[in-house]
Design a protein around this ligand. Structure first.
Ligand SMILES: *[C@@H]1O[C@H](CO)[C@@H](O)[C@H](O)[C@H]1NC(C)=O
Ligand SMILES: *[C@@H]1O[C@H](CO)[C@@H](O)[C@H](O)[C@H]1NC(C)=O
Ligand SMILES: *[C@@H]1O[C@H](CO)[C@@H](O)[C@H](O)[C@H]1NC(C)=O
Ligand SMILES: *[C@@H]1O[C@H](CO)[C@@H](O)[C@H](O)[C@H]1NC(C)=O
Ligand SMILES: *[C@@H]1O[C@H](CO)[C@@H](O)[C@H](O)[C@H]1NC(C)=O
Ligand SMILES: *[C@@H]1O[C@H](CO)[C@@H](O)[C@H](O)[C@H]1NC(C)=O
Ligand SMILES: [Zn+2]
Length: 488
């Protein structure tokens, strides 16, 4: 190993490597988490990229609380075991806290710093409910596993050579810090510092969401806009099931029958099953108690219970990204000595799920001179998205589809749509979706000017002209009263 060559740099690298190698099974609070991520990046600079996509609320606002005359800033000081008031480190922390906590993302891949044509973008987001903590820790172990396996394990090497994997261990760092000790049940740490439930905070495709968009939510929305994410999962706790879109619904999606079906329902079922069937016990579907069972360990989000403003529906409708919600533990914040088992139970599922980003078909839409055409609509005949999926700046599209025969329809304003029949093989093991490019005769700059982006108003309502969203059935309502704020 190069580190053995000696010198201060070598010793430093060796230290960093060993720091990364000794990731403990314990909870990592803000500074430890940052230290770990920085250490991984320093030890694997060409395989990883570390950046913050924004900042949390804590310390930005003056929040009187708990009988002190102080602001939220003071609260952090009290809550933070690393800060001894008055010391230098403490003063630095205070300054940082003023602007909130960083929302860290570690990107892994052969080209970690930027998108490459043909390489799909994948993401995992955990801990958006601050008191649901298993995902936060197992994503750190996933990072550890990926960086230590790259170059040794041929599957992981191919996976990272052909996929850009974004990992966000916590979307709600303030909520996590507010949840001081392990607790299996709901706590205030679920919410961000402003008391908002981040998984009710996104624009909703079915009804107007009046919630104020929080800084954490806005950061994720900007991030989704910046990257061509194709597949994603969002990690929770309090149940054991893989839940898929839609979480909300109205008559267009057939939600009257207690199921809110997306045009890609078959793909979502496959994605959820990929996770549950590769998990140590989720596939059994026994859930957490006898009251609630999930056949195959999966459920349609709406069938479980309806919710508005969820992140997975937002990803699918506005982000062109298929996202599912993974409930990984019956206990929301289990004792640290159970973390190793949680990692073992989820390890294979986490990897197999990433591979699914290579389902279906991908390609580029260009003009006859090979210039990419952004914002071309590329959809599969028979499964239109309410906000049509469009090509990115490089003219690329990615469509997740199960093996079969499909007609792909590429549309550029001013031209006749181009239709191509494709036969999609099962090629996830190949780490590449089927490739199908489209070439249009000639496209003037006028046409290439950006098309208006999708409106943020409820889209499915516009389709139906139905008056109001259909109320959930009585049975769902009963369930809702029990579970509304407990899980997803
Ligand atoms: C709050 O401020 C008042 C006046 O400044 C002071 O008398 C009181 O002791 C303070 N209370 C606490 C809990 O710090
Ligand atoms: C992965 O990419 C690296 C860097 O280009 C290359 O050396 C290596 O052969 C690739 N490995 C596999 C298994 O594709
Ligand atoms: C949603 O809000 C928009 C803008 O305020 C409004 O035009 C629309 O009628 C609302 N739709 C519903 C269903 O409330
Ligand atoms: C999005 O991209 C812009 C331009 O590259 C960058 O300035 C910004 O920080 C990015 N935001 C996020 C959330 O990734
Ligand atoms: C192809 O897509 C365009 C744009 O969405 C649509 O107007 C057209 O009807 C589609 N063509 C077919 C044959 O489905
Ligand atoms: C895998 O990729 C290779 C090279 O691109 C191709 O020849 C082969 O047919 C692919 N196999 C499958 C199952 O897609
Ligand atoms: Zn949750």
């Amino acid at each position: 190993m190069r580190a053995a060559a000696g010198g201060v740099g070598g010793i430093l690298i060796l230290c960093l490597l060993s720091a990364a190698a000794t990731l403990d099974f314990k909870y990592h609070h803000t500074e430890e988490l940052e230290k770990y991520l920085r250490g991984v990046h320093a030890a694997h600079p060409s395989l990883t990229h570390l950046h913050s996509i924004g900042r949390s609320v804590e310390g930005r606002v003056q929040v009187p609380d708990m009988g002190t005359n102080e602001t939220g800033l003071h609260l952090i000081e009290l809550e933070n075991p690393f800060v001894t008031p008055g010391d230098e480190e403490g003063a630095k922390m205070k300054d940082e806290a003023k602007e909130g906590r960083d929302l860290w993302v570690l990107v892994l891949g052969r080209f970690p710093t930027h998108h490459k044509i043909g390489i799909p973008e994948f993401k995992y987001v955990a801990n958006m409910h601050g008191d649901e903590t298993v995902g936060r820790e197992i994503l750190l172990h996933l990072i550890d596993f990926l960086v230590t396996s790259y170059g040794r394990d041929p599957v992981i090497t191919r996976l990272l050579n052909n996929t850009r994997v974004h990992i966000m261990p916590t979307m709600n760092p303030d909520g996590f810090e507010a949840t001081k000790v392990p607790d299996c049940y709901y706590t205030r740490g679920r919410y961000n510092r402003n008391g908002a439930d981040l998984n009710r905070n996104f624009p909703d495709a079915f009804e107007n969401n009046s919630a104020n968009i929080q800084p954490e939510t806005q950061a994720v929305m900007d991030w989704i806009k910046n990257e061509t994410f194709v597949l994603s999962a969002n990690l929770h706790g309090g149940a054991l099931v893989a839940s898929y879109t839609f979480d909300n619904g109205n008559p267009v999606t057939g939600s009257l029958k207690g199921y809110s079906r997306s045009p890609d329902d078959d793909v979502f079922i496959h994605l959820a099953k990929t996770y549950s069937s590769n998990h140590a016990s989720m596939y059994k579907g026994t859930g957490c108690d006898n009251r609630q069972t999930f056949p195959g360990g999966i459920t349609n989000g709406y069938s479980w219970y309806q919710l508005e403003g969820g992140m997975q529906d937002y990803n699918y409708v506005w982000g062109q990204c298929f996202e599912i919600t993974l409930e990984l533990s019956c206990c929301k914040y289990p004792p640290a000595d159970q973390l190793e088992k949680f990692w073992r139970d989820n390890k294979v599922a986490l990897i197999e799920y990433i591979k699914q980003v290579h389902l279906g078909v991908k390609g580029q839409v260009t003009d006859k001179n090979g210039n990419p055409i952004p914002d071309a609509i590329v959809e599969v005949k028979g499964r239109p998205h309410v906000c049509p999926y469009r090509t990115n700046e490089q003219g690329e599209y990615f469509l997740l589809l199960l093996p079969g025969t499909y007609v792909i329809n590429a549309t550029v304003p001013g031209f006749k749509s181009m239709l191509k029949t494709v036969e999609i093989p099962d090629n996830t093991g190949n780490f590449s979706a089927l490739k199908q490019d489209f070439s249009f005769p000639e496209v003037s700059d006028k046409i290439r000017s950006r098309v208006a982006s999708c409106p943020k108003t409820p889209l499915y309502q516009e389709l139906t002209r139905a008056s109001a969203a259909v109320k959930p059935t009585v049975h769902v309502l009963v369930l809702m009263t029990v579970t509304l704020v407990i899980f997803k």
